[in-house]
Design a protein around this ligand. Structure first.
Ligand SMILES: Nc1ncnc2c1ncn2[C@@H]1O[C@H](COP(=O)(O)OP(=O)(O)OP(=O)(O)O)[C@@H](O)[C@H]1O
Length: 461
């Protein structure tokens, strides 16, 4: 069979995530470009992701079209077929240009918040909002990767003891292992505002240990004073990143506020680059390597109390004796006893933590094991595919868009340095061209009917 599921030609790699590779593809039936995400994880989990994401329809959310599995002997490689989104990720954009003008940030933030609000309205929490999951297109923002979305109220730590998310963007209550609620996404949204306005991550760090140590007991950093930045935007950022989830606005409120501020705030000198003023909370810029590593989804295995303990330790002790907070990549996982899972759908933040304890920030020490995350440790599949299909497809003749997969090489500017903020470039949208060489793929078994999703195009914003 030369096509995936008999209809999808597979082309070049668009990017790699923590547990998947995303490739350009072409749907030969509907004659449109697609993105095909091939997973290392278990089929059951990916199918759950597909069903979750397929239920969402919003102009700022990348649409999921189809799900299937590549079967090779005993191995199954699950894949998702998604709307192809041309453009560049917010992470790549920030790496390329540094901080953005505040109006542009308000626009991106408003659309991102709108997408999250749509998910929250269906009691879904994204749980992995970070700049690599925000795609900037000529038509507006597309939020990618509802891959670890959960029903609001679902426990932040799953049955296997994995706490999913990117440690630099998780809300404090998520780090404590409490159930996931929309307020967690709003916290991450606040951090996106910070990063977009300053060009630097709010919680920098090379490793999960370093990030957790940086975050230990601290509120989110204050925004440096930026020229012409409306006070309301500063207040919004502070509200979004409040430690107490009940003090945060809803995503819908964030979207509304950003739209209003963006439209109504008096115009500042448009050609003037953002000028930053030294602030005691100004954070250091992260290196490209830092961005690359710490963006990765991280599974923190352990009870809430143990995660809490990790937060309480500035110098994280790691049991293998070779790992130090500065010495291991952020996609590591911290192992510890499993907590009980709790599933109690709700759309409001918990009145009180459901897990055992608030952080004992300064007293606990523990020994934890850090290992690289390879696959979700939750459902222990009997066979976990570890590799992509053996036959690699040929890249399409026409490059769909500047692939955003290569890690950025441009050093991120320091937030204290005036940062020119040129207008967005216009990434080229791909023409619906097929890869020229048919792809030979292993026999494919597509679970749902391969007619796919007929909801083809997301509306322009
Ligand atoms: N629908 C899409 N259209 C075009 N490119 C995409 C699409 N989805 C993902 N990509 C590209 O593939 C890259 C990897 O995506 P993926 O969702 O696997 O990982 P991630 O979000 O970067 O990391 P993680 O999943 O570990 O959080 C993205 O950063 C993006 O560049």
């Amino acid at each position: 069979m030369d096509r995936l599921a008999g209809r999808y030609r597979v082309g070049e790699v668009l990017g790699h995530g923590g547990n998947a590779t995303v490739r350009y593809g072409f749907d030969t039936v509907l004659k449109r470009p697609v993105a095909i995400k091939m997973f290392d994880g278990s089929a059951a989990e990916v199918l759950r992701e597909a069903r979750t994401a397929a239920g969402l329809s919003h102009p700022n959310i990348a649409q999921v079209y189809d799900y299937g599995e590549i079967v090779e002997g005993d191995e199954r490689t699950p894949y998702l077929v998604m709307e192809f989104v041309g453009g560049e990720t917010l992470a790549d954009r920030l790496a390329r240009t540094g901080a953005l003008r505040w109006r542009r940030v308000a626009e991106i933030g408003a659309q991102t918040a709108g997408a999250l609000a749509a998910a929250h309205a269906q009691s879904l929490v994204h749980r992995d909002v970070h700049p690599r999951n925000i795609m900037l297109t000529p038509d507006g923002v597309k939020v990618l990767d509802f891959g670890i979305a959960a029903v609001a109220g679902q426990h932040g730590i799953d049955a296997g003891g994995a706490l999913w998310g990117s440690p630099a963007y998780l809300a404090p209550e998520q780090l404590r292992g409490e159930p996931s609620f929309p307020a967690g996404d709003v916290y991450a949204l606040g951090l996106l505002l910070f990063e977009s306005l300053t060009g630097s991550r709010a919680w920098p760090g090379e490793t999960i240990g370093a990030i957790l140590a940086t975050r230990h007991g601290r509120p989110a950093p204050r925004l440096p004073r930026l020229a012409a930045l409306p006070r309301e935007l500063v207040r919004l950022y502070e509200a979004c990143t409040a430690d107490d989830p009940t003090g945060r606005p809803t995503a819908a409120e964030v979207s509304e506020t950003l739209r209003r501020v963006g439209y109504t705030a008096p115009l500042s000198r448009p050609a003037t680059p953002i000028r930053t003023v030294l602030s005691p909370h100004t954070v250091a810029a992260a290196s490209p390597a830092t961005r690359r590593r710490s963006r990765r989804r991280t599974a923190v295995l352990g009870s809430a109390a143990v995660v809490t303990a990790i937060l309480g330790i500035v110098g994280v002790q790691l049991s293998n004796g070779t790992v130090t907070p500065g010495g291991r990549e952020a996609e590591a996982a911290v192992e510890a006893p499993q907590p009980p899972a709790s599933l109690s759908p709700s759309t409001s933040p918990p009145a009180s933590p459901t897990t055992s304890a608030r952080p004992r920030r300064h007293t606990e020490t523990t020994t934890t094991t850090v290992r690289r995350k390879t696959a979700p440790p939750t459902t222990a599949p009997t066979t976990v595919p570890t590799s992509a299909p053996t036959t690699q497809p040929t890249a399409p003749a026409t490059k769909p868009a500047p692939p955003s997969s290569p890690p950025p090489t441009t050093p991120r500017p320091q937030p204290t340095t005036p940062s020119p903020t040129p207008d967005d470039p216009k990434p080229t949208d791909p023409k619906p061209t097929e890869p020229t060489t048919p792809v030979t793929t292993p026999p494919t078994q597509t679970t749902p009917p391969t007619t796919g999703d007929t909801d083809t195009d997301a509306a322009a914003v």
